[in-house]
Design a protein around this ligand. Structure first.
Ligand code: 5RP
Length: 221
């Protein structure tokens, strides 16, 4: 089975967590795109979806799925029923690295607004420790050099994501070479650096359920 076929299977498996009559949070990336395509088959059953990026909003709307602004959605309901998204890495505690697509801040916000985060991945994303995938940090441009200096002190190698501006108008620094043994502590520490908007460690907003595709089928972790 190819990686794309595995992504397809796990995206379809996530439909089981979508409840009729609710608002669904939707992530960003190639696996999330396959989920959006699958969700189109249920569009008449849900109230709508909250998108974690402009790209996701466009894809949802292309399928005729009502796209709701998060603030408007939270005036109608106490919380989103589920947030479905991919990840760049996940560990045994279901901490995640996200932000390969640069949407980490909105992804974290929408995940925080949902009762349940269902993470859809193929087996290549499973790691012992986060950090092999370069850790994305969204930063206000003025703080670029300040953040890079702080990251070097942590033993990381910061690289500006060239030519990329987030949906929020900020830059992304990808940090190479970290071996993150304390995901929660590292998430909190990076967030304490002035100018950081958010970082790609999802420990506070880790997955409640990881659905992992393997050539043998989809495992629930
Ligand atoms: C985007 C993300 C994605 O979930 C992550 O990059 C995984 O993407 P893909 O499903 O394409 O492998 O965090 O910001």
């Amino acid at each position: 089975m190819t990686q794309d076929e595995m992504k397809q299977k796990v995206a379809e498996a996530a439909l089981e967590y979508v409840r009729a009559g609710t608002i669904v949070g939707v992530g960003t990336g190639s696996t999330a795109n396959m989920f959006i395509d699958a969700l189109a088959g249920m569009k008449g059953e849900i109230l709508g979806a909250v998108a974690s990026s402009e790209a996701t909003a466009i894809r949802l709307a292309g399928h005729g799925i009502p796209v709701l602004d998060l603030n408007e959605a939270l005036k109608q309901v106490d919380s989103l029923s589920v947030y479905v998204d991919g990840a760049d890495e996940f560990d045994a505690e279901r901490n995640l690295t996200k932000g390969g697509g640069g949407a980490l801040t909105r992804e974290k916000i929408v995940a925080a607004a949902a009762v349940q985060f269902v993470c859809i991945v193929d087996q290549s994303k499973q790691v012992e420790y986060l950090g092999a995938f370069p850790l994305p940090i969204e930063v206000i441009p003025m703080a670029q050099e300040l953040l890079m200096g702080a990251v070097v002190k942590l033993g990381g190698r910061p690289v500006l994501r060239e030519g990329f501006i987030t949906d929020n108008g900020n830059i992304i620094i990808d940090v190479h070479g970290l071996r993150i043994t304390d995901a929660r502590g590292m998430e909190d520490h990076l967030n304490s650096i002035p100018g950081v908007v958010s970082n790609g460690i999802f420990s506070h907003q880790g997955a409640d359920i990881v659905l992992m595709a393997t050539p043998e089928g989809v495992e629930k972790l």
